[in-house]
Ligand binder design. Sequence first.
Ligand code: 5GP
Length: 215
Amino acid sequence: MTPLVVVISSPSGGGKSSITRRVLSERADVGYSVSATTRPARPGEREGEAYYFLLPVEFERRVANGDFLEHAAYNGHRYGTLASEVRRVTQGGKHVLLDIEIEGARQVRQRFPDALLVFVVPPSGTVLVERLRVRGTESAQVIAGRMERALTELAAALEYDYIVVNDDLEGAVRVVNAILDAEPHRTSRQRDAAFLLDRIRNEIAAELTRSTDIN
Ligand code: 5GP
């Protein structure tokens, strides 16, 4: 099996983080690409687990060094996917999951045309706004900023391969798992398909020859 590069995006409040967490805990064949960011760690976030937390100067140095597959700005901070992370996961034979925003997703698509892009949407705008408000930790101004950003991000969803409506978490996780199970079987992803079909046809042809020889 060729490991897939899987991007999952959604506006803030779309439920992408819960889906990602569930998929990673349920599947041994998927690993997480830990991003680098210049934003400060939130309580409970551990270095090398949630993110690699870098100073802006260090982030710049790594950009200049070509260490990132993609990078983008979000809410005044920089975020990026390290090539070494994607390699670490895929070399372990696993699909690699990238939880990144839309600009980064576009860059990944350019770099890996085969990447699988999944966009998670809330069932309605009202639900998204409610989810943003119940978090309760942010000012009205920050929430308004997230709503504005959601408008831009939702406009990009049509560029993705799949749009998953996150009505209830169980259902959305089931759909993402179904996509991950089915996608490697897509004809264009099966490098050995021609070889496999040849072998099956040869076996049938040989059997046919044998049986016509007997009769
Ligand atoms: P947060 O600060 O809430 O963890 O993430 C903010 C946004 O940045 C989310 O939409 C998240 O998906 C995105 N993000 C996280 N890591 C990366 C990354 O490596 N590259 C890009 N382009 N976006 C990222």
